[in-house]
Design a binder for this molecule. Structure first.
Ligand SMILES: *[C@@H]1O[C@H](CO)[C@@H](O)[C@H](O)[C@H]1NC(C)=O
Ligand SMILES: *[C@@H]1O[C@H](CO)[C@@H](O)[C@H](O)[C@H]1NC(C)=O
Ligand SMILES: *[C@@H]1O[C@H](CO)[C@@H](O)[C@H](O)[C@H]1NC(C)=O
Ligand SMILES: *[C@@H]1O[C@H](CO)[C@@H](O)[C@H](O)[C@H]1NC(C)=O
Ligand SMILES: *[C@@H]1O[C@H](CO)[C@@H](O)[C@H](O)[C@H]1NC(C)=O
Length: 728
């Protein structure tokens, strides 16, 4: 019996020590050597009990990072550090977990840069050139540059086949390590050893045995003249010797070139840095292991004279086990979601690039609708266009649309100027801008209007002609009607003017606070407290409690603010002044009667309140208004720009080709509302995806909105600012 026990004990002991051993997956001989040194150093510095518990390290040599991920999944290795793009695949396709993230001296993120040596190259004309990339599906070497090229339409993706095929015809030849299975031209420039024996084939593999692998490899590919352009991350630029720096230039998004030191302003986008992955059941061990090696051999490690975790030079390579520029590792908590680790923008980008394989969703455009009326109009729109599938997704406010676009639950929406500012701060980009001019047919006979002159609208304050004592400067203690929260005319502009004796230039700069102090009560949909008391909510199919930030609240928008001014049929909820946009006021006044809201009102029953305290008839809006408002812009995630643009242009064409259809995309009165999905003033949509949202808004308006949000709390801006790059 004793003998049996002893054997059993030895067996248990042996099994469990082995189980606690951490197996690190490496992709080259130098990396294997560095790993082996780390294992030795651990044995030398740690007490046996700690070692036995979790810190015994063995090194498993594989031929690529992809093989490492497969081995970890199969329980034949435990950890590996990989690019964020591979972290995503490991989590989504192999069911592994991210346990730690690399942090660099300037944060947890990397910038993608395009490096060249030829001074006549330009980011706008990369077609037909030879390209070098750090790795396939890597953040800086693949996802960010492709997203940029797609968003500018320099590269087109037909969606009938994987993106890799379009890239293989876009560049003349490339070296994109890891792309061997995708298309031969993507590997044509690579120089690793070729072999039919899998373990000996390094050609185009994600292994240091492929000379052009990783950031330094891609730079080597460029340096040797094999490629014309290298896509790498900004951290790789640090390794370029001083003497050599003048030879290299960065390609900027505006078509210019810049010296290497200018990567902060001259780059193709920002994304998360690398991370470590393991299996679910092993993450506790790995966490302890990572904390221990960092404590011992990290930048401030107690035993860093013996071994340096973030230095690969003794092994004759760069970036072994980790990037050499890592400052520290952060260990991730158990329940953290992958979109928190990598960021919403990045996860949406990878989905957009088809990292999970293509799906039916790829050809559908999901439009954001905020109310029952918008949903009805959107469904009519979807039925009226022939080929392109349009799906109408419901949100509760424009802010919610921005959040849903970021979360990849919806694709596009038309936003007023203030919301365009917010969306721009959130990383969304313009596709087209609403055009309010007279002539939309371009002079040259081409199908779509291209112009840099974007007509604006104006914000006004309106009172009933009969309320003689109401004027700007005398609004204290009155009832107000505002189109909605953050709307340019209803929220942003009025507070800049003298509203009451007390509200003058020394007043607070947060509009919400100003309106709360000046007005007795009012209806500002989307706010709270006294500024909701005049709101009336919705009925029937659009039933809602009062003050919601969409057309279900009958006092929402330009139409709603007018309804609010004239008051509800029982005469209880009304305002003394309404802040709204001018362009559809006359039509809205007429529709008060036709929709049965209120009878008998005509244009002459209302007057404008001018900024100087005078009053004027509605026709004098050009001289009597509260300010100019840039047009609405349709915004989306960067990777979708071309698809949303195509969709809108085709939709515009089909609707123009059949002018007798019931459906009118820029009209809303048949739904009993105004400005559904687009402003009613829109004549057509102008291509603006080559422009920055700041340029579309104009410097003066942009600065005004920025000033206001610098002193106004906004949940949506706060949501957008929780960027992984700032958290980690
Ligand atoms: C630089 O690029 C231009 C444009 O592609 C090309 O005509 C020229 O030959 C290149 N110069 C060198 C030295 O490669
Ligand atoms: C593209 O590659 C072909 C051969 O593969 C070569 O003949 C051609 O000159 C290349 N074009 C450019 C622009 O480098
Ligand atoms: C501005 O408002 C403050 C109080 O809010 C008041 O004390 C001051 O007299 C006002 N100034 C003018 C010029 O009206
Ligand atoms: C108001 O609407 C009613 C019924 O729709 C119509 O008979 C009447 O002429 C309208 N009044 C005005 C002033 O348009
Ligand atoms: C708003 O605040 C940011 C950050 O503090 C600052 O950089 C910017 O200049 C401010 N903008 C305005 C218009 O005050």
């Amino acid at each position: 019996m004793r003998g049996v026990y002893r054997v059993l004990l030895i067996f248990i002991f042996a099994c469990c020590i082995r189980a606690k051993k951490t197996r690190w997956c490496t992709v080259s001989d130098p990396e294997q050597r560095k790993c082996a040194e780390l294992a030795k150093a651990l044995v030398a510095v740690l007490p046996p009990a700690t070692l036995a518990a979790f810190a015994r390290l063995s090194c498993i040599r594989a031929s690529s990072t992809g093989e490492c991920i497969a081995r970890i999944k199969a329980n034949r290795a435990d950890i590996v550090t990989v690019d964020a793009g591979e972290v995503y695949s490991a989590v989504k396709q192999f069911d592994l977990v991210a346990v730690a993230k690399e942090i660099y001296s300037d944060g947890g993120c990397i910038l993608s840069v395009a490096v060249v040596t030829n001074s006549s190259l330009d980011i706008r004309s990369l077609r037909g050139l030879r390209s070098c990339h750090s790795g396939v599906r890597w953040t800086a070497g693949w996802s960010l540059p492709l997203s940029f090229l797609l968003s500018r339409n320099y590269l087109s993706w037909s969606k009938e086949h994987p993106l890799s095929q379009d890239i293989s015809t876009f560049f003349n030849a490339s070296c994109i390590p890891g792309a061997a299975a995708m298309a031969p031209p993507l590997c044509a420039l690579c120089q690793g050893q070729k072999s039919f024996i899998l373990q000996k084939n390094y050609h185009c593999e994600t292994s240091h045995n492929e000379p052009f692998y990783n950031n330094q490899g891609a730079l080597k590919c460029l340096r040797s003249g094999t490629g014309d352009v290298a896509f790498v991350d900004h951290l790789a630029l640090e390794n370029i010797e001083e003497a050599e720096r003048d030879k290299f230039r960065l390609l900027c998004t505006d078509g210019t070139q810049a010296p290497l030191s200018r990567y902060r302003s001259c780059n193709l986008g920002r994304g998360p840095g690398g991370g470590m992955v393991t299996r679910h059941n092993f993450r506790k061990v790995v966490r302890k292991f990572v904390m221990t090696i960092q404590l011992m051999f990290g930048r401030q490690g107690r035993q860093r004279q013996r071994f340096q975790l973030f230095n690969s030079s003794p092994f004759g390579e760069t970036d072994l086990l980790f990037k050499d520029v890592v400052d520290k590792l952060v260990v991730l908590s158990d329940n953290i979601d992958i979109s928190q680790v990598l960021g919403l923008d990045y996860v949406a980008l990878l989905k957009g690039l088809g990292h999970e394989g293509s799906s039916l969703e790829d050809s559908v455009v999901r439009w954001c609708c905020i109310s029952h009326a918008e949903q009805k109009k959107c469904e009519q729109w979807a039925l009226s266009i022939k080929s392109d599938p349009l799906v109408c997704v419901r949100a509760v406010s424009m802010r919610d649309c921005i959040e849903k676009i970021k979360r990849d639950e919806v694709d596009a929406v038309s936003l007023d100027a203030t919301h365009s500012f917010i969306a721009g701060k959130c990383g969304l980009v313009p596709v087209v801008t609403e055009y309010y001019g007279k002539k939309c047919a371009p002079a040259d006979g081409s199908a779509h209007l291209e112009t840099d002159v974007l007509p604006s609208v104006v914000g006004i304050a309106v009172a009933k002609r009969s309320s003689k004592n109401v004027f700007m400067g005398n609004l204290g203690g009155r009832r107000s009607c505002h189109s909605h929260t953050y709307s340019p005319a209803g929220w942003l502009l009025p507070h800049r003017h003298v509203l009451s004796l007390e509200h003058n230039s020394s007043s607070p700069c947060d509009p919400n606070q100003v309106y709360n102090e000046v007005f007795w009560k009012g209806c500002l949909p989307g706010s709270e407290g006294n500024l909701c008391k005049v709101c009336v909510g919705g009925t029937g199919e659009a039933a809602t409690k009062r003050c919601t930030d969409n057309h279900n609240e009958r006092y929402y928008g330009n139409m709603g603010a007018l309804r609010c001014l004239v008051g509800d049929p029982i005469g209880k909820s009304y305002g003394d002044v309404a802040f709204l946009e001018q362009y559809n006021l006359q039509a809205n006044i007429l529709s008060l009667n036709s929709t049965g809201w209120a009878e008998g009102w005509t244009v002459s029953d209302f007057e404008l309140l001018c900024g100087d305290g005078s009053r004027a008839p509605l026709s004098e809006w050009e001289s009597c208004n509260l300010g100019v408002i840039p047009p609405n812009t349709i915004m989306t995630r960067p990777v979708l720009t071309a698809r949303v643009y195509d969709f809108l242009m085709k939709s515009q064409e089909t609707l123009a080709a059949s002018p007798n259809t019931e459906f009118k995309i820029f009209e809303s009165h048949q739904y009993g509302e105004s400005d559904l999905l687009f402003k009613d003033a829109t004549e057509c949509l102008v291509h603006t995806s080559h422009m920055d949202y700041r340029t579309i808004l104009g410097e003066e308006f942009y600065t005004h909105v920025e000033t206001v949000f610098n002193c106004t709390h906004s949940d949506i801006l706060e949501f957008c600012n929780q960027d992984v790059c700032s958290i980690f």
